[in-house]
Design a protein around this ligand. Structure first.
Ligand code: ADP
Ligand code: DP6
Ligand code: CO
Length: 331
């Protein structure tokens, strides 16, 4: 039996669109920050010899076969690589809302990649683990590592993987994120489906990919120079350019809710008041506010005054995927 934990990551330069949907090779590099407050813990054992399919229990509930297709296909990759026949039994706990735009697919598939590959007897390097996690969910390849992480888009299965910006995965910048939980309900349209539709139909898509290349250069420079303000400005701008591509898609679509706009306006107001903060958003209505870690509490107090009904979770840079001993499960 193996237990693994992986934390979610939030992209500052977004991954949005697959050049190769089977191998999950993206059109552009992306760059994220792994967070300490949101994570998945996953336990994997071999099922009985008589079992004829994988079994999944997510947050104490057995998943219906329809909900397991994507997970079963991922475990099949591991069986092939490890040359084992046995099905798996997977028990997973999300300490993050599932499918709500808070990156459960990133922590979920990173934890599953580590736990299942270890159970199957594979001892993968972290780069190979990143490549494997990528096949479950693109963003999961970044959750193998802690701190700032870049996913190199590459051009095939070998060359598409994530890498920590700092070798020791330590974040020197005074940075954190406040997650504003506007809705913890599953999104109407999955990231996978909406990004495919965006690539296929949005006239803004090429412009977004070009912008990502420019944004990446400036953002990496900002990290090197410990320039929080530039990092925030670029992350905010990159996220809004991503959301503009879905509004330009056919059919037009947006993950925004009315409360999303209110939250964005509150962030802009607090910034005008003199507290540096920026917003980013993923495939869901929730807003993540980028702030200085040392100012996160002040930021939370002020934003709570402006948005009294919005739960907020303060997060700081988190670690990469790890194996746990069994008594730590459920913590
Ligand atoms: P999110 O914004 O939460 O990442 P996605 O639409 O990208 O939402 O992905 C949701 C999917 O991620 C789920 O349908 C499931 O396939 C997968 N997922 C979520 N949690 C886990 C988990 N603990 N283990 C494995 N896969 C998971
Ligand atoms: C907006 O990694 O969830 O969060 O590869 O289809 O599983 P799949 O999609 P996913 O997409 C993440 C999109 C994003 C941006 C990001 O995390 O870079
Ligand atoms: Co996801």
């Amino acid at each position: 039996m193996t237990i693994a934990r992986a934390h979610t990551n939030i992209a500052l330069i977004k991954y949005w669109g697959k050049k190769d949907p089977t191998l999950i090779i993206p059109y552009a590099n992306s760059l994220s920050l792994t967070l300490d407050q949101f994570y998945t813990t996953t336990e994997v054992t071999f099922a009985d010899e008589a079992a004829h399919q994988d079994e999944f229990i997510l947050n104490g509930q057995r998943l219906a076969p329809k909900a397991t297709t994507r997970l079963a296909a991922f475990l099949e990759l591991i069986r092939q690589r490890a040359r084992v026949q046995r099905y798996f039994k997977v028990k997973s706990e999300n300490h993050v809302p599932t499918a709500a735009g808070l990156a459960s697919s990133a922590s979920g598939f990173a934890a599953l990649a580590l736990a299942a590959s270890t159970t199957a007897g594979l001892q993968l390097s972290s780069r190979d683990l990143s490549r494997l996690a990528r096949r479950g969910s693109g963003s999961a390849c970044r959750s193998i590592f802690g701190g700032f992480v870049e996913w190199h888009k590459g051009y095939d299965d070998q060359t598409s993987y994530a890498e920590p910006l700092q070798a020791d995965q330590h974040v020197a910048m005074d940075i954190g994120m406040l997650a504003l939980i506007i809705s913890d309900q599953p999104k109407q349209i999955s990231s996978r489906k909406e990004m495919a539709n965006t690539v296929a139909t949005s006239p803004f898509y090429d412009a977004f990919i070009q912008a990502c290349e420019q944004d990446m250069i400036i953002l990496k420079q900002a990290i090197t120079q410990n320039d929080f303000v530039t990092l925030g400005q670029i992350a905010e701008s990159n996220a809004m350019k991503m959301h503009a591509t879905t509004m330009g898609a056919q059919p037009p679509f947006s993950y925004f809710l009315p409360e999303t706009i209110q939250a964005i306006q509150a962030v802009q107001r607090v910034r005008r008041e003199g507290l540096d903060c920026y917003y980013t958003m993923d495939a869901g209505p929730n807003v993540k506010v980028i702030g200085r870690a040392s100012e996160l509490e002040t930021l939370q107090v002020r934003l709570t005054e402006l948005l009294p009904n919005t739960p907020m979770v303060a997060a700081r840079p988190g670690p990469g995927a790890m194996l746990l001993s069994d008594f730590e499960f459920g913590q």
